[in-house]
Design a protein around this ligand. Structure first.
Ligand SMILES: Cc1cc2nc3c(=O)[nH]c(=O)nc-3n(C[C@H](O)[C@H](O)[C@H](O)COP(=O)(O)OP(=O)(O)OC[C@H]3O[C@@H](n4cnc5c(N)ncnc54)[C@H](O)[C@@H]3O)c2cc1C
Length: 473
């Protein structure tokens, strides 16, 4: 390469990518390296807040972090990386507009995260929604709220029941959190809809295993099941979803649940575009094979100039925890791996040795709707309001940057005094509908026959001198 300043390319500006770039900005000396981060989205999403965004407890924009605002020394490119030719140290960048081009680098950091993992169940691809993006969280909230509006003008019957039924698939952390948060939202909405009672709303969670939330103890998970049952939310254990067609969810138990909102949270898989579109080594579960020092490769051999972290990577868990010996895909690891990755790249650029990643799981904390939560760290378990405060305290502090922390925490304070914001903006999907309805359009061309005077057509008035046919701003 002709440029003597090493180029670092970061693929994905989520948790791991954003923190890598942020830390590199602090560590690198002037002129030591040029850092470019590529992501189709202009923000990093704080995914642990998605259930609360879906429940209207956090404003959607507050739970994302603008890359350009916080990465002042990094070049931010609005694009996807669609190919990696590491043998040639080049990546294919497909911008959000324009033609793809090749980008040459010296060091690549793959942090493209994970996507929802689904199974070929009839109707799921077309009718369900995931919970990995802020757009999905907003759409879920808007759908539930708009279904309340629709149900409020319908007579009691199957269509009304369908609109007021929510089905969540997957009893992991994300599934249980969104399920419980939406139950909390629905219970609070009922107070504003005299036409709808608590008993009119139906919540079902489908879990293939015999328990929920494997991250907490069995005892704690059973407390969550009991709490949900008390709040009118049913959990179907040892049950699989077999179909989601024509507004009905079919279960392996033979049960059919009519619903208008199916949320799929039954697992994630490493980003296939980046994993399959490159020549970096991939392990059996489709993740980039990564060493404990966060270089791509095996314990014996590393791929020079290639690094990975977060959900897209299989990083050995040296603490002895993890599943199959690897770090589980969570933010705890993504953030810590990213910070070490930035230190290790800097070390390697300076001819020093990288360090190995070691992190002992701190435990798990989940929000289950306003005032309810669970926290588990080893044998210590907290439940109810204290755990809920721990959840908010932990995540309020973990949100990157003071600018974002203040927005989120201030929103919670507002909600405490002013109540949950229950505005449904589903029509944002078709923002021109009012304008279009009333917009003046050019008249159809007048017929050629001289016998008809267009000014005499009933109900129409020809513009008079000085009057504009249409107004624009
Ligand atoms: C609902 C929910 C709740 C969660 N709660 C918790 C929790 O309480 N605690 C916890 O520890 N973890 C939690 N997690 C998990 C945690 O959020 C993830 O493990 C973490 O986000 C992984 O970080 P990452 O950087 O690997 O991926 P991500 O944060 O997903 O970032 C990946 C980035 O790559 C970008 N990208 C995708 N494709 C391309 C491409 N082709 N080119 C360039 N960029 C690309 C994406 O746009 C995205 O910005 C939760 C996850 C969810 C979904």
């Amino acid at each position: 390469m002709t440029n003597t300043v090493p180029k670092i390319l970061i693929v994905g500006g989520g948790y791991a990518g954003f923190y890598t770039a942020w830390k590199l900005e602090k560590l690198l000396r002037k002129g030591e390296a040029e850092v470019t981060i590529v992501d189709p989205l202009p923000y990093m999403t704080y995914q642990p807040f998605l259930p609360e965004v879906a429940a209207g407890s956090i404003e959607a924009r507050h739970s994302v972090v603008a890359l350009r605002r916080h990465l002042k020394k990094t070049t931010v490119v609005a694009a996807k990386v669609t190919g990696i030719n590491h043998a040639g140290k080049s990546a294919t960048i497909s911008p959000i507009v324009g033609d793809p081009y090749e980008f040459e680098y010296d060091q690549i950091v793959v942090t493209a995260g994970a996507v929802s993992r689904t199974f070929p169940i009839p109707g799921i691809a077309d009718n369900a929604i995931g919970l990995k993006t802020i757009e999905e969280a907003v759409a879920i909230r808007d759908r539930l709220m708009s279904n309340f509006d629709k149900a409020s003008v319908l007579p009691a019957g199957p269509e009304r029941d369908r609109l007021l039924t929510v089905v969540v698939v997957g009893g992991g952390f994300a599934g249980i959190e969104v399920f419980a948060e939406l139950r909390s939202l629905a219970s609070s909405l009922v107070k504003s809809y005299p036409q709808i009672t608590f008993d009119d709303t139906h919540f079902h969670l489908v879990e293939a295993m015999g328990r929920i939330m494997p991250e907490v103890s069995l005892k704690t998970s059973e407390w969550v099941l009991k709490n949900l049952a008390q709040r009118g939310a049913s959990v179907h254990l040892d049950t699989q979803l077999t179909g989601a067609v024509d507004g009905n969810v079919e279960l392996s138990t033979g049960e059919t649940i009519p619903t208008d909102l199916i949320i799929w949270t039954a697992g994630v898989m490493a980003n296939p575009t980046v994993v399959r579109g490159g020549d970096l080594p991939v392990e059996e579960r489709g993740r980039i094979r990564t060493r404990a020092d966060l270089r791509v490769g095996t314990a014996e051999e590393f791929v020079e100039g290639a690094w990975a972290a977060g959900d897209v990577s299989a990083v050995p868990d040296l603490s002895g925890g993890g599943v199959g010996g690897y770090c589980v895909p969570n933010a705890q690891h993504a953030v810590r791996q990213a910070k070490l990755l930035a230190k290790n790249i800097t070390a390697v650029l300076r001819g020093e040795q990288p360090r190995e990643y070691f992190h002992k799981n701190l435990g798990a904390v989940a929000g289950l709707g306003v005032g309810v939560g669970v926290f588990q760290s080893g044998k210590i378990a907290l439940k109810g309001p204290i755990a809920w405060l721990a959840h908010r305290g932990y995540h309020g502090l973990a949100m990157p940057s003071w600018e974002r922390k203040i927005r989120v925490v201030w929103g919670w304070v507002n909600n405490f005094f002013l109540g949950r914001d229950m505005v449904n903006l589903e029509t944002v999907q078709s923002p021109r509908y009012v304008f279009e309805e009333f917009a003046a359009r050019p008249r159809a061309a007048a017929p050629a026959s001289p016998a008809i005077d267009p000014k005499s057509v009933a109900g129409e008035k020809a513009p008079v001198a000085g009057e504009k046919a249409a107004v624009g701003s």
